[in-house]
Ligand binder design. Structure first.
Ligand code: DHB
Ligand code: MG
Length: 211
């Protein structure tokens, strides 16, 4: 028998989640990018929301709603998720998937440029307990600044793809997205406004708590 990778092994311990498999199938059937987070990663999102008792979550980058379902599952009765998505077609698919999961009334999609909506949320005086950043990598440092502005004290900020398939630590790579991701990672690990760490799990998971 061939040996499993660490990620394959830990994922193999989990019970298959039909709801989330349906989301992946919905993404595949529409030829959307198959870059949803892994099942164990999704479970961590649910757990973090439950463990912190978060009531208000902001997601940046919805794709097909996979992480949206995972985050929303952790919310209590009064909880709510706002999710920013550039493409209307993706937000519509995500909303449909949340509806199918019985979670449609807990999520609000806002379509268009995230930076516009972040300003709008600030103008509305909205604050959040958990942030999940999983959108265009070149804007991660901007999204982090907005998350800190929109954070309740003690809020949790997470960022997907901190390693960018190894490009983050490849000295030959110096394009805009990777440079901005390095800046984001450095802030997550050492910005004095945060207490955080970057984990080499999956494609890199950055997680911080706002002081
Ligand atoms: C890729 C993966 C992601 O999780 C993402 O948010 C963007 C791109 C990728 O594998 O290219
Ligand atoms: Mg991602």
């Amino acid at each position: 028998m061939t040996q499993l990778s660490a990620e394959e092994y830990v994922e193999s311990l989990l019970t298959r989640d039909e709801q989330l498999e349906q989301v992946k199938e919905g993404i595949r059937s529409r030829s959307m990018p198959e870059i949803s987070i892994a099942p164990g990663y999704g479970k961590l999102l649910t757990l973090l929301v439950k463990m912190t008792g978060a009531q208000r979550i902001l997601e940046i980058g919805a794709l097909g709603g996979y992480s949206g379902i995972c985050l929303t599952r952790g919310l209590g009765d009064q909880g709510k998720l706002i999710s920013l998505e550039l493409k209307k077609e993706y937000a519509d698919v995500a909303q449909q998937h949340l509806n199918e999961a019985g979670l449609g009334d807990k999520i609000e999609y806002r379509v268009g440029e995230a930076l516009h909506h972040l300003q709008q949320l600030a103008d509305e005086g909205q604050k959040f307990d958990v942030f999940f950043i999983d959108a265009d990598k070149g804007n991660y440092p901007n999204y982090l600044e907005w998350a800190i502005k929109l954070a309740n004290p003690g809020a949790i900020i997470m960022g997907d793809n901190a390693l960018m398939h190894g490009r983050a630590m490849d000295p030959e790579q110096n394009g805009n997205a990777v440079t901005k991701m390095r800046q984001f990672n450095q802030s997550m690990a050492s910005d004095p406004r945060l207490e955080g760490v970057v984990l080499p799990a999956y494609d890199g998971l950055a997680i911080a708590r706002v002081r």
